[in-house]
Design a protein around this ligand. Structure first.
Ligand SMILES: Cc1cc2nc3c(=O)[nH]c(=O)nc-3n(C[C@H](O)[C@H](O)[C@H](O)COP(=O)(O)OP(=O)(O)OC[C@H]3O[C@@H](n4cnc5c(N)ncnc54)[C@H](O)[C@@H]3O)c2cc1C
Length: 351
């Protein structure tokens, strides 16, 4: 029997597994096998570099997977360039998320976690946890379960969720051509029905994301391709960037990304971390940072003697931060009040 089964090998799961295994706990880190998919979330807060150091991610491996970003080029309420000057942790890097995730899992393995590449489907709680792998018929048991399954929150049925507004991300990975512009800066642009982010990755890709309300777009008719074209029509900066780059070979996917949290983030013998506990609007640019932090915090709570009060404290910190996020998010969206349509504003930041 393992001390801990951590399900989900994203940033949160790897951070928690690394911390727990470093302290000598027996840990299984279980993640869906990679199927060569791109993953969203390529522009990362600079403070994540410290967390990666704490996880002893190899500097040489990391160097190949990240490149510093000089600035945000924002066409929100008006056009401005916001340079990252390194002060107050205000710097950032671009990465290829699948590769960065793999490096973090590798660190967790080096710390002693057993990595299992499988989907876990069935769980029963019988004083501990029994996890079964339908593809092989195998199973394992663990005393404590850490749900790091991201927004799917697929492990613990008690986790009711509270969501705020309606927002999805239509994400396209373009292969960058030789004449593509230097896109190490993060481009942000608001338009009446949503907003964009565009930036490059070290893997010679450009990732363009249109954030929009599926509910509102359905009311207006058309399909996701039409919505993309409509968005581009009203976004000169992004249109210019994507046109000039002359792309080919697209991978195109839609992800939910409205803010949401679990009503409760911990219970008897379980805790949720990362997006499985609290998921933010990507406008905050801190998703990976907060996920790693919550993985570390939960691990600290589990490693200290009085687990219940430590986990309740963990839960309170997460909920305070989420409430703070909702307030700040509202201010950021209202900054572009003259650009966003009233319908988009009322559906994305409901009262
Ligand atoms: C479109 C978009 C853009 C974003 N952009 C940014 C950005 O630029 N910068 C930033 O910092 N953040 C960004 N984010 C947020 C960031 O990606 C997330 O906050 C972060 O990935 C959450 O990490 P996590 O470990 O909690 O979950 P995830 O990264 O979602 O990892 C969960 C893992 O669990 C696995 N899993 C799920 N169910 C099972 C199961 N049953 N069995 C086994 N494995 C399972 C999944 O395969 C996955 O590997 C973005 C998010 C979106 C949607």
């Amino acid at each position: 029997m393992y001390d801990f089964a951590v399900v989900g090998g994203g940033p949160a799961g790897s951070a928690a597994a690394h911390r727990l295994a470093t302290e000598g706990a027996s840990v299984a880190l279980i993640d869906k096998p990679e199927q060569g998919h791109n993953r969203p979330g390529e522009h990362i807060s600079g403070s994540v570099a410290n967390a990666l150091q704490t996880m002893a991610v190899s500097a040489i491996d990391l160097e190949a997977q990240i490149e510093p970003s000089p600035a945000i080029v924002s066409h929100w309420e008006y056009l401005r360039v916001i340079p990252y000057d390194g002060a107050d942790g205000r710097t950032a890097f671009n990465t290829t998320r699948a590769e960065l995730n793999a490096l973090m899992r590798k660190s967790a393995r080096r710390a002693g976690a057993k990595i299992i590449d499988h989907v876990v489907r069935a769980i029963s709680n019988d004083g501990g946890w029994r996890l079964s792998f339908p593809q092989t018929g195998d199973c394992l048991t663990a005393r404590f379960l850490v749900d790091a399954t991201g927004r799917s929150r697929s492990m613990v049925p008690q986790q009711e969720t509270i969501r705020s507004g309606d927002l999805a991300a239509c994400t396209v990975w373009f292969e960058k051509s030789d004449d593509a512009p230097n896109d190490k800066a993060l481009i942000i642009e608001a338009f009446s029905g949503g907003w964009w982010s565009v930036c490059g990755t070290p893997a010679n890709q450009t990732v363009a994301v249109m954030y929009f309300s599926p509910r509102l777009s359905r009311q207006q008719g058309g399909n996701v391709y039409d919505w993309w074209e409509r968005g581009l029509e009203h976004s000169p900066l992004v249109r210019h960037t994507l046109n000039a780059a002359h792309f080919s070979d697209c991978d195109f996917r839609v992800f939910p990304c409205y803010p949401t949290r679990s009503k409760i983030t911990c219970g008897v013998n379980w805790v949720a971390i990362g997006d499985a506990a609290v998921a933010y609007d990507p406008i905050c640019g801190q998703g990976v940072k907060y996920s790693i932090e919550s993985g570390f915090r939960a691990a600290e709570a589990l490693l200290c003697g009085s687990t219940d009060s430590a986990l309740n404290h963990y839960n309170d910190i997460l909920i305070d931060r989420y409430d703070d996020h909702l307030e700040k998010r509202k201010i950021v969206y209202l900054d572009a009040e003259s650009v966003f349509s009233p319908d988009f504003l009322s559906i994305s930041i409901p009262n």
